[in-house]
Design a protein around this ligand. Sequence first.
Ligand code: AMP
Length: 190
Amino acid sequence: MNIILLGPPGAGKGTQAERLVKERGLLQLSTGDMLRAAVAAKTEVGLRAKTIMDRGDLVSDDVVIQIISDRLDEADAKSGVILDGFPRTVAQAAALDAMLARKGMTLAAVIEIAVDEAALVQRIEKRAAETGGARADDTVETLRNRLSVYRQQTAPIIPYYRDKGALKTVDGMASIDQVSADIAAILDAA
Ligand code: AMP
């Protein structure tokens, strides 16, 4: 099964995706991780993406759509993927629909992890302190920009999927275990 995890930065998408990898054998496809790998490898895409990512802005739709499309063609994606951090704009969501249709793939569920923004700022500050700033975009100033980018460019994909009848929402303010249980219930019913 192929699923999308949606939610603002710090909502717990990565944590829940890791659990789904272990429990359901799905492959986690995080465009953020792929872009960070490109930055580390100093590829052309990585060099262009770095400043954009450091600011907390979005890399261009064309770049991430191509990265995901190529990755979905690899053999290990055939048994099911969790899209984590993609799509992030309505244009990416529409491109994903077209790409899945072309590749003969379907979405089992789009799961929104809903959280309170004030609590998010606290969570990200904690993550920044714990990782000692290992991620250049894990600073409070960048977080504020990432949240505003989320509100303006990514949140519109929630009604996009709701209108298609594909959206399920879980309470991301619950404990990590409870969020996992709520996601499991959605996937078991899908
Ligand atoms: P993440 O690890 O998902 O928080 O992503 C880190 C950064 O990578 C984001 O702040 C963006 O700059 C970039 N990025 C990741 N995924 C996307 C995407 N789907 N579209 C555009 N930019 C992205």
